[in-house]
Design a protein around this ligand. Sequence first.
Ligand code: ARG
Length: 623
Amino acid sequence: MTNQTFDPVELLNDRVRAAIAAAAPDAPADAAALISPSKRAELGDFQSNAAMPLAKRLGMKPRDLAARIVEHFDPTDLCEPVTEADIAGPGFINFRLKRDAISTLLDRLDSPALGLPAPEQPSTIVVDVCGVNLAKQMHVGHLRSSVIGDTLARTFERLGERVVRQNHVGDWGLPIAMVTRKLQEEVDAGRIALDTLTLDELDRLYKLAQHECRGQGKALELVAKYDLGPKIEAELQAMHDEAMEHLTKAKATLVALQAQEPTVYAIWQRIYAVTMGACLKTCGRLHTRITETDSAGESSYAEELTTVVNDLVERGIATESDGALVVRLDSPEDDKIAEPCLIRKGDGGYLYATTDIAAIKRRVQTIGADRVIYTVDARQSLHFRQVFAAARKAGYATKPGAAKPSVLEHAAFGTVLGEDGRPFKTRSGENIKLNDLIDEAIERAGRTVDTKNPGLPADERATIAEAVGIAAIKYADLSSERIKDYVFSFDRMLAFEGNTGPYLLYALVRTRSIFRRAKERGVALDHAGAPIIVAEPAEKALALELLRYPSAVRSVAAALEPMRLCAYIYSLAGAYSSFFDACPVLSTEDPAVRRSRLRLCELTARVLEDGLEVLGLPTVERM
Ligand code: ARG
C-alpha cells in the first residue's frame, strides 16, 4: 500500500490499471479502471467496470478480458483473492477488501494531518475573491464570490499551499468619479458630512450620479425616426444636454482623481474607507478570511497601466483599431477568440480588461503565482477568456525563468435566483443587500434554536443561532455545482434535516456528545491507538467513508468544486448516523469493541471538524 493515498478506490484503481497493462499490452495507456462501490454488497465492496468498454476497443469478449485482468490482479494486502467467480454479468469484476487492510489504512489516516500532509515544495495560489465595488452595498452576488473564493482558498491552505487572496475592488474609473463628484457637491452644499458618511448614503448617491449622467441619445434617435415633433425633441435635448454637462464634470473629476488632486482624492479616500469598512465587516460576519491586507483594488494598478499598454504596443501585441487599441486573439496560437480585447478607448481611457491584464502580470510575476483562480460570476467568462489569452500572448502569465505559463482559471459561478426562478431581487427590483440576508438567516435560525433548546442560556442560544444562520447560507451556496444557478430558500437551507449546513453542525455535535456522555457515565476513554475492528457492515461503511476524506479535499482543489467536499461530509454524516443506530458504543460489554468504536467516533468527529473548517462553516459545541 502506498503512503500517499488511503482511499480504497484510488488504491484499487492503481492495481486494476496495472493488471490491465499486464493483461492487455495493446490497451491504450489511458484505459480507465472504472472503480465504484459495488451495486450489490453481497458480491463485494467495490467493482471495476473496465472490461466492457475496453474489450470493445480491443475487439475482445468482455468476460474474456475480465478473466485476464483477474489473472493479473495483485490483491496483496488490500483485497481477498479475486477469481473468475468474482466476475459478474457481462464482465464486472468484484473486489472485497480485507478487514485488516481497512484497519491499517484507518490507522494511517488517524494522524494529525488526517492524510493531508503539507507538500515539501508548496506552490503559490492566488485566489481572486469578493470583488466589491465602491459606493455600493454588497449584494447576493458577492455572497458567492466571497464564500466560494474563500472556501477554495481554505482548501489550498489546508493542502499546505501558499495562498494569497486578492480582493479586486472596483474602486477606479468613470463611475467612481461620478459618485465622487456627486458626494463633493453634497458636502460643499452642507447636505452631507464626510465624517458621518454611511454606505447607505453612498449607495443612494451612486444611483443618483448614474442617473444624472445618463444621456438621452437613444430617445432622441427614436424621436427623429418616428418624427415625434419638436416639443418632445426640445425637452429631450435639454435633458440630454444637462446629462452631458454632468458627464463632462465627472470626467474632469476623473482627471483630478488620477492626478491625486488633494480635495478630490480626500473625498475618494473617504468613499473607499466607508465602503471597505462595511465590506470587511460583512466578510467577517460570513466567517471568511478576507481582510484588509487582501485588498488590491483597480486603483492600485492605475500607475502601471500606461507602462503595460506601452509595452504591448512596442512589442506589437496591441494594435490600433478605429482609433482604439486592441489585442487580437483570433489566431490559433491564441485562443481563437473572435472578439479582440479592448485595452484603450479612442479617448485614451483604459478599461476593466486593461487593469486585469496588469493584475495578471503582478500576480504571476511579482507575487509568484503558479495558479490564479478567479471566483467571479459566469457572465464575465468572455472577459476572462480574453484577458487570460492577452496576458499569455504578452508573456505576463509566465513567471520569470519559467518554461510555461502559470495556470489561469475562471472559477465561474451561476446566479442566485429567487423562488420565482428569476435573479434574486427585492419586489421593487433592487438588489438584495447581503447584510439583510445574513440578518434574516440568523433571526430565523434563532427562532428554531429557541424552540429546540429553551433550556440554554440566552447568550449561548444567540451564538448558536449565528453559527446556524451563517452555516445555512454558506452551505447552500457551496453545496450545489458552482456553475449552476440555485434558488435561494431560507426554509430549505435552514432545515435541520437533509443536505443542509445546520444538519452538518448537528452531526458534529452528535459525534462529540458521545465523549461528553462517556465522562458523565465514568466510562474510561482509553481508546487511543486501540486496534480498530471492522466487523459490522455499518462499521465497515463508516470506515470506508472516512478513508475517502483526503481524496475528497484534493478533488475540491483539482476541480475547484466545493460541492465535492459538501457531498462527502454529508455522506460521512449519514454513515455515522447509521453506525450510531446499529452499533452501541458506550454500552458495549466487550472493551476491545468499545475502544474500537470510540476510536471510530473520534476519527469521525475530527474529519467532520476538519472538513467543516475547510468549508469555512462556523461550528458549535451544543445545539
Ligand atoms: N468588481 C467586479 C464586478 O463587480 C468584480 C471583480 C472581479 N475580479 C477581477 N479580477 N476582475 O464585476
